[in-house]
Design a protein around this ligand. Structure first.
Ligand code: TRP
Ligand code: ZN
Length: 853
């Protein structure tokens, strides 16, 4: 078969597949370099497809397959090789396709299709990996039931659905729920299960397992509890029950992303499921809980109801992210969770929207779909669901979801189908709302206030800057949650949702005694950039009195940002308004410690760089770094009388990875970061020695590293953890992330020579090179050394793993922000990557889009 030449695929060109499938039978004869895959598939003409009778184009996807034999209705046939697969002449009636192919899991370094990780066989089929397993219509709108026989000399043989038969050297699985090929999975290896059980609300007993390599069985209990909590939550909150006799999760070390929702057999990057207090931080625990929930929730939003085509990816991802966010909020704290969500949305999605990779939540074209598993599709996609719910209310939201599940169960559908359910239950026209899916870019929302005779008028103006391929933008429906705080600090108008639909629109609040302060975009009710004239005293006032935790935090953040920008631009000293406001939040015992920790955090260097660009200033990464370091020292001085006490007070005792404990540790470790600037690291060194959990051990080490200390501790850490690959990822990552700007590329280069470094493991690669790109001043150091080093490694990785290479090339997406010298250096590296012989379609698309800025 020929390679699929890169070409652009358009949403508008969608047509249904000409055949439907009445059942798939697969047999795998596992072998490291020569696995045989036998398929037997019952096809029938699809009456809903246009032109099947004389079109007769029976095309099956297939890549890197060695075809041994093929038959139609038992008669051998010779398929024609065409781009991306094969074509065969078939009868104009139901027929059975049989094929035997050979594939080589051992040499599959792309981690897509069937591959090997540490001696175990595993699969990753989303989005288009099934075509590397056998010939098939590898598209999400072709749904079928699968029966899978796995033959191999390994103790554990798993696939989707329910177990049917098990014998010496084989196992048979049957999945009764029709599914697209991207949800297929197979795992075989020497694995140990951590068992569990769940009884659904209708009384069905479900066997649960987390499968891991021997040695990891002690790290499964937390994930198992998270799974049970997720199952219960989906029943209570969405009325959704699990639908098989068994639910398996497998931890795999080599994995391109976080995890995958294969029906009944979720496969996880081991970093996203294995947890123990000794080896995982609070942040790890929180992330693991969220990802387990995410993959489990896909069982309904993604699997039972799937996407018609990959342009509809946000249908399952945006919705499922929204669901996991709500779950995490219920499990922990909604206020803290919301602030964290906004931090990542701004850091990743706003950044994407601002550059050459900006695209709509539902893109209209792509070359390689793997490049569209983005912050925009996932995180902005989730924001759209949140806005919809805020606009129609909780009850209508639940009704609309119920209708969607009822109406589309077993189908592959579109965003139009999703919205139609809500139009039906509310009687609302969602046509304008739907633009959130088609219009790229982050709306700028400018607010002006006027006050007259007891009436406050808020006037908003919305504009969205042009993005690639979209110059003109229309007004969006923006739900603006707002409340008013009176001069004495009491709330005079509680949160109401102002529904903006025009380019410019005013809202009035009447009958007010004295001029209140408006608290606007509470809970970050829309993914927009709010611009308002507001002085520091008013910010400090809202920071002290706002009842909305997000806005309270936001005001502290705005103060910090302005302070830093002024320091960077003209060396202005930090204002007392900021320093005093932060101090009062920090010592306010009535506030959640996690919230206080978040308030003490400073905006990232990347965020400051973008803010400078927006203000028309060319960002100097070194200067940004220095100003931020200087502010940390000033804060440490200003807070010195309260830091030791805060550090003492927030000791947690026995480690429990819950919201309360993690909040206290987060505050304590943030405090420790500042304390370390003052006590030469004495407190952090002591904590490092004494810590019985990774949160404190890594937290102490980070505090030391960010104070330019910690060399001894780094060594101790390495000798303690050299056999634990997930903890070693932290060791690699921290050194690069906290390296001084002029050292960062040297440290990364040095670590890439370490015996424990391997380019083949995405976690390890990301630990070093992801950390390098996250070290803003280090990555953008004037020497250009980091640009070169990253490009060298992307070129090397592309030959092995295009998907991870393409994803990491996104580090260059902000290149147009910087000065001419840096732009020239980055352009040269991007062009060098693009000129690499046989560069993958994935990386070619990404680098070309970035260059076209
Ligand atoms: N669908 C997965 C999720 O959101 C993510 C995913 C897409 C993925 N493509 C992948 C995971 C490739 C691993 C590899 O949970
Ligand atoms: Zn997902």
């Amino acid at each position: 078969m020929k390679d699929a030449a890169p070409h652009t695929i358009y949403l508008k060109d969608y047509t249904p597949f000409g055949y439907r499938i009445d059942g798939v039978e697969l047999t795998f004869k596992l072998h490291q370099t020569a696995t045989r895959v036998l398929s037997k598939i019952a096809f029938a003409p699809n009456p809903e497809a246009p032109d099947t009778t004389d079109g007769k184009r029976f095309f099956l996807h297939g890549e890197e397959l060695n075809l041994i034999s093929a038959k139609i209705d038992g008669v051998p046939v010779t398929p024609r090789d065409v781009a991306g697969g094969i074509e065969v002449d078939v009868p104009d009636a139901p027929f059975v396709w049989e094929a035997e192919v050979e594939i080589s899991p051992e040499t599959n370094t792309a981690l897509e299709g069937l591959y090997m990780s540490n001696g175990m066989y595993c699969t990753q089929c989303e989005a288009e990996g099934f075509r590397k397993i056998t010939y098939y219509p590898d598209r999400p709108d072709v749904m079928a039931t699968f029966t899978v026989r796995v033959e191999g000399d390994l103790p554990v043989l798993l696939s989707n659905g329910n177990p049917v038969e098990r014998g010496e050297g084989f196992a048979v699985w049957h999945d009764p729920w029709p599914k697209p090929s991207y949800l297929f999975a197979l795992v075989a290896g020497d694995l140990i299960n951590h068992p569990g059980a769940f009884t659904t609300k209708s009384g069905k007993e479900v066997e649960l397992n987390i499968w891991v390599r021997p040695g990891d069985e002690g790290k499964c209990a937390f994930g198992m509890q998270a799974l049970k909590d997720s199952m219960k939550w989906d029943e209570d909150t969405y009325g959704r029950e699990y639908d098989l006799d068994i639910f398996n999760i497998v931890a795999v070390d080599d994995f391109n992303m976080g995890a995958m929702e294969n029906k009944g057999l979720n496969i996880f990057n081991s970093s996203c499921v294995l947890a123990s207090k000794e080896t995982s931080t609070d942040a790890n625990f929180e992330r693991i809980e969220g990802i387990i929930a995410h993959e489990y929730f896909h069982n309904w939003t993604g699997n039972r109801i799937t996407c018609r085509d990959w342009f509809q990816l946000c249908l399952k991802e945006g919705l499922t992210v929204y669901r996991d966010q709500m779950f995490s909020g219920d499990m922990r704290s909604h206020a803290v969770k919301r602030i964290e969500e906004v931090l990542t949305l701004r850091a990743r999605q706003f950044r994407e929207d601002n550059g050459p990779l900006a695209h709509p939540v539902r893109p209209e074209s792509f070359v390689e779909i793997n490049n569209f598993y983005t912050a925009t599709v996932y995180e902005k996609g989730a924001e759209i669901i949140g806005m919809l719910r805020r606009l129609i209310g909780d009850e209508a939201y639940r009704k609309g979801c119920d209708l969607y599940f009822e109406r589309h169960d077993g189908q592959a559908v579109t965003i139009e189908d999703w919205l139609a359910s809500f139009e039906e239950v509310t009687g609302r026209d969602l046509a304008q709302f739907k633009q959130w899916y088609s219009q790229a870019g982050t709306p700028r929302l400018k607010m002006e206030e006027s006050w007259e005779d007891g009436t406050l008028t808020l006037t908003f103006n919305q504009t969205t800057p042009p993005t690639p391929g979209q110059n003109e933008k229309n007004p969006q429906v923006i739900p603006i949650a707002a409340g008013l705080i009176g001069p004495n600090g009491d709330e005079v108008v509680p949160t109401t949702v102002l529904e903006m639909t025009e380019a410019t629109q005013s809202f009035t609040f009447e009958g007010l005694g004295a001029r209140p302060v408006a608290s606007v975009l509470r809970d970050f009710s829309a993914p927009v950039i709010l611009e308002r004239e507001i002085d520091n005293d008013t910010r400090a006032f809202l920071l002290a009195h706002d009842t909305d935790p997000f806005q309270k935090w936001e005001m502290g953040r705005a103060l910090a940002k302005d302070t830093l920008i002024a320091m960077i631009v003209d060396g202005t000293e930090p204002s007392h308004a900021y320093l005093d406001a932060i101090k009062s939040v920090l010592v306010d015992d009535s506030l959640d410690p996690a919230f206080r920790a978040l308030s003490l955090g400073l905006p990232s260097q990347d965020d400051l760089a973008q803010t400078l660009v927006d203000a028309g200033v060319s960002p100097d990464p070194q200067r940004i770094y220095e100003a931020r370091e200087q502010l940390r020292h000033i804060l440490a001085d200003h807070l010195q009388d309260v830091l030791p006490e805060l550090y003492q007070e927030n000791e947690t005792g026995a480690f429990v990875p819950d919201a309360e404990g993690s909040g206290k540790r987060s505050l304590r470790l943030t405090v420790l970061g500042l304390l370390s600037l003052q006590d030469s690291g004495a407190t952090a060194k002591a904590l490092f020695k004494r810590a019985d959990n990774m949160t404190e051990q890594a937290g102490a080490l980070q505090a030391l590293l960010s104070a330019g200390l910690g060399a001894e501790e780094l060594q101790a850490f390495e000798s303690q953890w050299k056999d634990d690959r997930l903890v070693m990822d932290k060791w690699f990552m921290m050194q690069v992330a906290f390296a001084a700007p002029e050292k960062a590329s040297e440290v990364a280069q040095h670590l890439s020579q370490h015996p424990a470094f391997t380019i083949k493991n995405p976690n390890r690669f990301r630990a070093v090179f992801g950390a390098l790109t996250a070290n803003h001043a280090g990555f953008h150091h004037a020497s250009g050394a980091a640009y070169r080093l990253l490009a060298d490694h992307l070129i090397a990785l592309d030959a092995l793993n295009p998907q991870t290479t393409a994803r990491m090339s996104g580090a260059f997406e902000t290149w147009k922000r910087y000065d001419a010298d840096r732009q020239a250096m980055i352009r040269a590296e991007l062009e060098r990557i693009l000129a690499t012989p046989n560069l993958s379609r994935d990386t070619t698309e990404m680098v070309s889009r970035i260059l076209s800025a």
